[in-house]
Design a protein around this ligand. Structure first.
Ligand code: ADP
Length: 504
């Protein structure tokens, strides 16, 4: 037997073969059994016989046998074997077989049931079954569309989530699934569109969520990634859908519980604080000094608890997208004055010196005054807290209409024009290792000072959320032992009474 493995592609494909290729493509699109294609190809090649030899099988007999390997998804699935009449150029036949082999490969892959079980090695079959069982056992619904648009993997969960029997679509072209999605009541129309658009996109990884009403109401969070084999060959695109209905419900209950408990705690605390302040301010000289001190401690701790509870309520609202921002044109100097007045006693107690450096021509900003006050309160109280010895605190605010006017440390381009506010202190500073995590919830620097100074690690996260919700940016500069400067921006918007400002 003169078996020659085909490895070369023809330099130029003869016209005749191009026509045959077209004819076979049309035939292949109708998904016939591979034998139908082999018949046509056998005649076109002028072969005595043309057959498939699956792994583990002996090659067919033939005096002038030419063999082309067929590989699919990095696996050798069969050999295409042509027995040629005497006088045929074997190298040329090998090249022609290589030219036609992709069509035969794809037909085989699309008709996997026609590949005899003996064609798969026992180990490969076992591996395939195991993978299928593992995928079916996962909670996520998994779908894979291969590079020719065939549904290569459809798991049991997909059938459960969509109500589409998986064996009606597995191994079928994507259009079959699209039709079933359209015909299935309760499935969102956009589902087929998302799958189709992504199946043609070979690079991006995306995720989002969809809601389905039937067979059962579910919120499905999905993500999709292109899948590459070890050799870097694109194998197709994978979709995974996760049912998050239960998680969402638990989240909602948790939020409701925290909000309820926080409000219930805040009400009695207001009385504790109110009455201790009342007694202290009554000017009753008969009150022993010791009792005054205790009342002061009660009032101070009630204040701390109220701040903590307010932070928790805010974080819960932020995380559940329930923060209501009511922006209006507001004058920042007024807000700064209110906040500094409220924190005056804390500043005096630590003997800090506060300087206000507010530009005189500051335009009004588009912001929620209550949220702006909270941002400033959190930043100023941090500056007071984290400056241990009597130090300098400077609050400045200026109008910015060009990027060049921003400090070099500004992280992204803010909306311009804006007002840039900074709160600068000469405090303990923030170690470089802690700086990337500062705006994360509950993050506190892991040093003695943070342990010494009370706090929750929620203040800066609230600052960041409120600043960004109002179209601004927040960032900071800090050096341990030298102090910190926190910056934030607030966009300026048009007001008929303020010529020179732009409209959003
Ligand atoms: P809290 O002050 O309640 O701990 P924050 O979210 O306001 O929470 O701050 C998080 C951490 O950032 C603080 O624990 C502190 O370590 C650090 N930090 C914040 N502001 C300053 C500052 N002005 N100077 C030094 N460290 C600061």
């Amino acid at each position: 037997m003169d078996a020659l493995s085909a490895q070369l592609l023809p330099d130029a494909v003869p016209d005749h073969d191009l026509l045959v290729f077209q004819q076979l493509s049309v035939l292949a699109a109708n998904r016939p059994a591979p034998d139908a294609l082999l018949d046509v190809l056998c005649k076109a090649l002028g072969a005595i016989s043309l057959s498939l030899c699956f792994p583990g099988e002996a090659l067919p007999d033939g005096e002038r046998l030419v063999v082309a390997p067929l590989n699919y998804a990095e696996r050798h699935i069969a050999d295409l074997c042509a027995d040629m009449p005497p006088g045929t150029d074997s190298a040329q036949t090998a090249a022609r077989l290589m030219f036609f082999s992709p069509l035969i490969t794809l037909t085989l892959a699309a008709n996997r049931s026609t590949v005899p079980q003996s064609g798969w090695t026992a180990a490969a079959q076992q591996e395939h079954d195991r993978l299928e069982a593992v995928l079916d056992a996962t909670n996520d619904a998994i779908l894979m569309i291969d590079t020719v648009g065939t549904l290569a993997i459809v798991t049991l969960q997909f059938e459960r989530y969509t109500g589409i029997p998986r064996y009606e679509v597995l191994g079928q072209p994507f259009d079959v699934l699209a039709q079933k999605i359209a015909a299935q009541p309760g499935l969102p129309e956009e589902l087929a569109g998302i799958l189709r658009a992504l199946a043609e996109n070979h690079t991006e990884s995306l995720s989002s969520e969809i809601e389905i009403d039937e067979p059962q109401h579910r919120i499905l969070v999905w993500y999709s990634v292109p899948v590459y084999g070890q050799s870097g060959m694109l194998l197709g695109r994978l979709f995974a859908f996760r049912d998050v209905m239960r998680e969402r419900e638990v989240d909602r209950l948790k939020t409701e519980f925290i909000t309820l408990v926080s409000h219930e705690l805040r009400t009695p605390l207001t009385s504790v604080k109110g009455f201790s302040d009342l007694i202290l301010e009554s000017g009753d000289d008969a009150l022993p000094q010791e009792v005054r001190e205790y009342l002061g401690i009660i009032a101070e701790n009630a204040d701390r608890l109220v701040t903590l509870i307010n932070d928790i309520i805010d974080i819960t609202r932020i995380e559940s997208d329930r923060v209501v921002i009511s922006p209006q044109l507001c004058a920042l100097p007024e807000t700064i004055a209110q906040v500094t007045a409220a924190l005056q006693s804390a500043i005096e107690e630590k003997r800090h010196r506060l300087t206000l450096d507010i530009a005189p021509d500051l335009p009004q900003i588009w912001a929620d005054p209550a949220r702006m006050a909270q941002i400033l309160t959190n930043l100023l109280s941090n500056a007071i807290k984290y400056t241990l010895h009597p130090g300098e605190i400077v609050i400045s605010a200026r109008y910015i209409d060009t990027l060049e006017a921003l400090p070099d440390t500004a992280i992204r381009d803010p909306i311009l024009p804006c007002v840039l506010v900074s709160v600068q202190d000469t405090g303990v500073g923030i170690p470089p290792g802690d700086q990337p995590y500062l705006f994360k919830p509950f993050y506190r620097t892991n040093n003695e000072i943070a342990r010494l100074v009370g706090g929750t690690g929620l203040g800066l996260m609230i600052v960041k959320s409120f600043v960004e919700m109002q179209g601004g940016q927040v960032w900071f500069e800090s050096a341990p032992g030298e102090g910190s400067t926190f910056y934030f921006t607030a966009p300026v918007v048009e007001s008929k009474s303020q010529p020179g400002n732009i409209s959003l």
